[in-house]
Design a protein around this ligand. Structure first.
Ligand SMILES: Nc1ncnc2c1ncn2[C@@H]1O[C@H](COP(=O)(O)OP(=O)(O)OP(=O)(O)O)[C@@H](O)[C@H]1O
Ligand SMILES: [Mg+2]
Length: 259
């Protein structure tokens, strides 16, 4: 199997992108897949959510030359073992912003990220998951183009799906103008709370607009927040929890996907 790249994106903040990235990454690793998670957000939340330190690994990944063996080796040296079987990460920090600037001033091609990720040997990694920042820019666009599968988490606390629709349009544009080959695995409803009208209405709107592109939902659950604060995934923090089962179901969909 060649490496599959999964980009988790939504320009709206606080919708569960990082939570989704870490839990799907660990879920896939627990299924015996070799997983590398990348933090493309200058907030650098990915590493702490797994109990690791922020570092400028993403900066190096995105800015260093990759033509010589030595350069490629240097990039690979930014990979950190998460302390969990089969799960590695490249931590980011605020220096990732510098890489974003560098990318636009150098006018990197749309294929830049996809080509950069080729420094990781195909037989060494089954899945690369990319956590992105709450914005739309050159880095996000290139991370989307790099993806075989895109997942768009969206919180069921807001009635508007505009951000999601904008992102889906961006994907359409990438396909039409830039021959993007990947696909939308789906929109992932998060922070769902059936006791609020808001949540029910949001989900209905989403189902109406997107039909079978809507993935099985993730409920709002304090344990997900607590897990992140403790630097643990849901698989470590709360075995047997509903949140674990919900994320495990998305893991299954990824494993079955033909994308
Ligand atoms: N389903 C959920 N129920 C309750 N809390 C959640 C849930 N998902 C995520 N959280 C918590 O909500 C906060 C925001 O989640 P997260 O960091 O995953 O969002 P994000 O989209 O990555 O945010 P940003 O756009 O700032 O990167 C975190 O404290 C996280 O632990
Ligand atoms: Mg985040």
């Amino acid at each position: 199997m060649s490496t599959k790249i999964i980009t988790v994106a939504n320009q709206k903040g606080g919708v569960g992108k990082t939570t989704t990235t870490i839990n799907l990454s660990h879920g896939l690793a627990l299924q015996g897949k070799k997983v590398l998670a990348l933090d493309f957000d200058p907030q650098g939340h990915l590493a702490p959510a797994l109990g690791l330190n922020q570092e400028m690994g993403t900066y190096y990944l995105l800015t260093m030359g990759r033509n010589t063996n030595q350069e490629r080796k240097f990039i690979r040296q930014q990979v950190r073992h998460s302390g969990r079987d089969s799960l590695w990460i490249i931590p980011g920090n605020r220096d990732t912003r510098g890489a974003q600037v560098d990318m636009s001033t150098r006018e990197r091609p749309i294929s830049y990220i996809r080509e950069t990720l080729e420094v990781f040997p195909q037989n060494g990694v089954d899945y690369i998951l990319i956590d992105t920042s709450p914005s739309l820019g050159g880095l996000q666009e290139r991370a989307l183009w790099a993806a075989d599968m895109v997942i768009i988490p969206t919180a069921m606390e807001y009635l508007s799906n505009r951000g999601v629709m904008d992102l889906i349009n961006t994907l359409k544009e990438l396909r039409e103008k830039h021959q993007w080959r990947g696909g939308l695995l789906g929109v992932l409803p998060t922070f769902y709370d059936e006791t609020t009208k808001q949540s029910q209405q949001s989900l209905q709107n989403l189902d109406y607009a997107l039909g079978d592109q809507v993935l099985p939902l993730i409920h709002r659950a304090t344990v997900l927040r607590e897990a992140a604060a403790d630097g643990l995934t849901i698989f470590e923090k709360a075995p047997g929890s509903r949140s674990l089962k919900e994320y495990a179901q998305i893991v299954k969909l990824i494993l079955r996907s033909k994308m």
